[in-house]
Ligand binder design. Structure first.
Ligand code: SAH
Length: 201
């Protein structure tokens, strides 16, 4: 936690939830010993569990406007970021397009007695309009450009935290829904797997 603090993460709610979420449970056994390194790690299917700093940073940005009650996550993956978010919001909806990853994530969340999460195996590129609007939306994979549909599913004052851009020039963005429309801020360079549209497997 000290490392995250030194890296600039100062929200104590985020630091506390990360401290109490066992990252090793979200990795395959062969990699579990590396769970507490400050590195992105493979979770199969060419996907990765983000580096702890990025998980913390995105969570902190999502919470910066106050405690979001209803949140949508796109890219459940291992379920680690899902577990972190579940401890900080009232209700979480999380979408994943690879069924095997989603099923594993479901078992892990159950094991940790996390019950405020609704998982769905589906393409999340255009969000989950039926469950919206959301106080917060977070994607853990990067589209080339920010999908308009995700912005539209934000409640007034809601925030979308999203990496976007071409493979070697991605940036983390925060889009806030204001009375006038949308306010987009570029935060910092990042490296994510692509947010794929149109297919599930
Ligand atoms: N937050 C995850 C990181 C997973 S990597 C974790 O903590 O482990 C990104 C995930 O996004 C992958 O599992 C990938 O399958 C998923 N993904 C990519 N495009 C998607 C889409 N359009 N809809 C839903 N999930 C998607």
């Amino acid at each position: 936690m000290e490392r995250l603090y030194e890296q600039g993460i100062s929200d104590v709610r985020v630091l506390e939830v990360i401290r109490s979420t066992p990252r090793h449970l979200f990795l395959d056994e062969a990699l579990a010993h590396r769970a507490y390194e400050d590195a992105a790690l493979p979770i199969g299917f060419n996907q990765t569990l983000s580096q702890p700093y990025i998980v913390a940073r995105m969570t902190e940005l999502l919470l910066a406007g106050g405690r979001p009650r209803r949140v949508l996550e796109i890219g459940t993956g291992s379920g680690y970021q899902t577990a972190v978010l579940a401890g900080l919001v009232d209700e979480l909806f999380s979408m994943e397009r690879i069924r095997t990853l989603q099923e594993k994530a479901r078992l892990r969340l159950r094991e940790l007695a996390i019950h405020n999460v609704t998982l769905r195996h589906a393409d999340g590129f255009t969000g989950w309009a039926d469950k919206g609007p959301f106080d917060g939306i977070i994607t853990t994979a990067a589209p080339l450009a920010i999908p308009r549909e995700l912005c539209e599913q934000l409640a007034p004052g809601g925030r979308l935290v999203i990496p976007a851009g071409p493979e070697h020039a991605q940036h983390l963005h925060v889009v806030t829904r204001t009375d006038q429309g949308f306010d987009t801020r570029v935060v910092e360079p990042v490296r994510f797997v692509p947010l794929l549209g149109g297919t599930v497997r």
